[in-house]
Design a protein around this ligand. Structure first.
Ligand code: FE2
Length: 388
């Protein structure tokens, strides 16, 4: 029954999209509400990245030379988050898309990663289809993990279909991941070297929405534990198993993680002073950025950071969710990073805590990570204010 419903919905979207596109063109932009992608800076950057192989929960990628052989050149990842394409401020959504696509055109990354809260319009499936179309026109490989605003339910057909909608595009690397794990989009992307080793593994997770009864029950938590969700035991166990199996096959491999809701360890980087501002705690080495709001993590630590420390593979964790925190800090040997947010329709520093902020000082932008053949990484923020 559900499959019939999905088929009908898919046919509906595929039929309605061209019709609405026709009326959009006729309306001279007045119908921009669900057509943010029309604002995009569509530069086809023609990636020289190739998919080498695919498994149920992993994709193996490589950067290639013109003759098709694997290259060991640096692999560049552009990541961003919280575009909050909501539809009620079309001119702001257009600005978010223009800035994003301009950054992609200039950085020319090998992979683009979105860490959630990207598409949350009333016509979410329609807009996801257009967003995917836009990324395909650019021609770069891309990954999308769910934020709390896309994840309307823990594990539902609605959520699965939305992900399937993205996954059907040739340059989208997303995978559902194993069915028995929490949520959708728990998978890995491995970047291959020419000598059959890996320069890096990227691990993606669905970090959920709010803590639900099922999550409390599985962790033995009382009913009064509420708030933003946490990574579940089955996701952490999958990560451990996957890292171990990769190291068995390819040797010691460095890795990075990407998901939406920050780990509780992000709270260790800054501490709140008496005047309510956040100042460095002294426990972490801050590479760049600052904290302006409380860390929007779960009130419960399910142990992902402990797993990272135990395995010694992951050297950086990237999240989104908090729009005015943008630090990159080395804490206990692991970089805790906020992807630079890109959503002009949602809150940022302007007017935050009643303090006005000039456009040039807003924290919108992208994060650029360069991965070297030996697994070393360099993480940089690239603010949109360079275009003002
Ligand atoms: Fe969020």
């Amino acid at each position: 029954m559900l499959q019939i419903f999905d088929t009908v919905r898919r046919i509906g979207i595929e039929t309605v999209l061209p019709v609405r596109r026709f009326f959009y063109k006729k309306s001279n932009g007045k119908l921009s509400k669900t057509f943010f992608s029309e604002a995009a800076f569509h530069t086809d950057i023609r990636s020289d990245v190739r998919i080498i192989k695919k498994q149920e929960d992993a994709v193996f990628l490589a950067k290639c030379n013109p003759d098709g052989s694997i290259s060991d050149r640096d692999f560049v990842i552009l990541s961003t988050t919280d575009l909050h394409l909501e539809g009620h401020k079309p001119e702001k959504d257009a600005q978010s898309i223009q800035m994003l696509t301009r950054q992609i055109a200039e950085v020319k990354p090998d992979l683009v990663i979105f860490t959630g809260d990207v598409i949350q319009t009333a016509h979410q499936h329609m807009d996801a289809a257009q967003f995917a179309d836009m990324m395909e026109k650019i021609g770069v490989y891309w990954v999308y993990v769910y934020g709390n605003h896309e994840a309307r339910e823990v594990k539902s057909n609605y959520k699965k279909f939305l992900y399937d909608n993205l996954m059907s595009r040739p340059h989208c690397l997303c995978l559902f991941g194993k069915e028995d794990l929490f949520g959708y989009g728990n998978f890995a992307v491995h970047i291959m070297n020419s000598n059959d080793s890996l320069s890096q593994s990227l691990y993606f997770f669905d970090s959920g929405r709010d803590i639900e009864e099922s999550g409390r029950r599985d962790e033995g938590l009382s009913d009064d534990v509420t708030g933003y969700d946490f990574l579940k035991k089955n996701q952490i166990q999958w990560y451990k198993n996957h890292v171990r199996s990769i190291e068995k096959a390819y040797g010691k491999t460095k890795s990075m993680q990407y998901f939406h809701i920050p780990l509780p360890e992000y709270e260790e980087v800054f501490t709140q002073a008496e005047n309510k501002t956040f100042v460095p705690s002294g426990k972490a080495e801050i590479k760049y950025g600052s904290q302006h709001e409380g860390i929007g993590c779960a009130p419960y630590n399910s142990g992902m950071f402990a797993a990272i420390k135990e395995l010694g593979s992951t050297q950086a964790v990237f999240c989104g969710h908090d729009h005015v925190n943008d630090f990159c800090a080395l804490y206990e040997g692991v970089y805790l990073v906020y992807n630079q947010p890109g959503g002009y329709a949602t809150y940022n520093l302007d007017g935050y805590n009643g303090i006005p902020c000039a456009e040039k000082d807003l924290q919108f932008g992208v994060t650029v990570t360069t991965v070297r053949k030996d697994g070393g990484i360099d993480i940089q923020q690239r603010l949109n204010n360079i275009y003002l």
